[in-house]
Design a protein around this ligand. Sequence first.
Ligand code: HEM
Length: 128
Amino acid sequence: MAARITIDDLRAHKTKESFYILIEGKVYDCTKFIDEHPGGDEVILAEGGQDASEAFEDVGHSEEARALLPAMLVGEFEGDGVKLRSGAAAAQASRVSGAVEQGSNLMYFVPLGLLGAYFGWRYYSGAA
Ligand code: HEM
């Protein structure tokens, strides 16, 4: 039976001395591979302790790259790795869109409010 890797196991292996990576529900020990990675070590190290599936897919890794994975397999990830990441990403996205929305509302209401105040003042002061 394949080992079940928990989120704590994953987070316990995110240094260059011992590095696990989570891709599509499977955990790989790529400690020895980090220095050989054609894309550099930093991009892999940045994916420590979280679901790297999206980052791995976005690069469009070749079949040769995918063929390297089975040899590094440690076990199945216990839990939903995609949620692990998208939960944080979704929270961030909603914070960003919230801020943008708030900003764009202000963009309309502040000038409109000033315009309204100006005409209100002209009307009541009889300056028109
Ligand atoms: C253990 C998992 C990984 C393996 C086995 C792997 C393997 C490879 C291989 C063999 C290449 C050469 C091009 C190709 O054949 O597609 C490559 C390129 C690349 N990889 Fe990975 N990779 C892994 C994880 C990652 C992760 C998590 C990232 C994060 C973004 C990443 C980013 C890149 C980039 C940016 C390149 C392009 C380098 C270039 O074209 O200059 N890789 N990888």
